[in-house]
Write a protein that binds this ligand. Structure first.
Ligand code: ADP
Length: 250
């Protein structure tokens, strides 16, 4: 029995102001996969994520989410998205953890929807999943980078997504918290059955964590089981022969 992929990208092309950034990208992500997206700076990783969550429209190609064209997808809330550097941004208003997580329901309910008892349960469940119920009344400004990042993942979880997409989630998270954060993501993948895609520069660690690797350097350089990254594959081979300088951690 063939299983329908949760994400299917075919012949995707994207350019900013006629400058091509993604060329002829095709891949399919199976349910329950845990995909690490790597590639040199400017390789198009963030752009690809933004296209997958519907923030940018490709010039050509198709994207299907659960077999439906992304543009026709009724429930965008099925995809949770944690943008790049969000945990490092200063919040100029005194928001609590609970309020930030609650704002994750806007994708599902719209701005004017009242918060119901069911929504409150969804927020509590997301806080429990992330093991941060004890922080819910704290001000965001009082948290560490790692704790804030966890809050933003929790916000993405509040709408009960099936796919979680994270852009460099480990930036600004200290080394000790990174380990916890990896095990949090792993639990979301294995215990909560979320399909996860994330961009990272931390190539060494992601090889031990992820199931599938996607190397992007304008084109799709490689895509497959993480074993692709072991023996015989130098970084240069993975990223592309023309890459002379790979900068880790922007
Ligand atoms: P990565 O995440 O792999 O570093 P990006 O997707 O951020 O790559 O960027 C890919 C390319 O697109 C880079 O050359 C970048 O300068 C360019 N780019 C990104 N955003 C914009 C934008 N809003 N307008 C024009 N060019 C952009």
């Amino acid at each position: 029995m063939s299983v329908e992929p949760v994400i299917e990208v075919n012949n995707l092309n994207f350019s900013y102001n006629n400058i091509s950034v993604l060329e002829n990208i095709s891949f399919a992500v199976q349910k329950g996969d845990y995909v690490g997206i790597i590639g040199p700076n400017g390789g198009g990783k963030t752009t690809l994520l933004k296209i997958l969550v519907g923030l940018l429209n490709p010039q050509s190609g198709s994207i299907k989410i659960f077999g439906t064209d992304l543009q026709k997808l009724k429930h965008r809330s099925e995809i949770g998205y944690v943008p790049q550097r969000i945990a490092q941004e200063n919040i100029s208003f005194p928001a609590t953890v609970y309020e930030i997580v609650e704002s994750g329901l806007i994708a599902k309910k719209g701005l004017s929807g009242d918060i119901t008892e069911e929504d409150k349960q969804a927020i509590d469940k997301a806080l429990e999943m992330a093991n941060i119920s004890n922080l819910k009344n704290r001000l965001m400004s009082s948290l560490s980078g790692g704790q804030r990042q966890r809050v933003y993942v929790t916000r993405a979880l509040a709408s009960d997504p099936k796919i979680l997409i994270l852009d460099e989630p480990f930036t600004g998270v200290d080394i000790v918290s990174q380990k916890d954060f990896y095990s949090f993501l792993k639990d979301l993948n294995t215990k909560n059955h979320l399909t996860i895609l994330f961009v990272s520069h931390d190539i060494d660690t992601i090889t031990t964590e992820i199931k599938t690797v996607l190397c992007l350097n304008r084109g799709l350089f490689c895509y497959g089981a993480k074993e692709l990254m072991h023996e015989g594959n130098t970084i240069e081979e993975l990223y592309g022969k023309n890459v002379t300088h790979i900068h880790h951690g922007k």
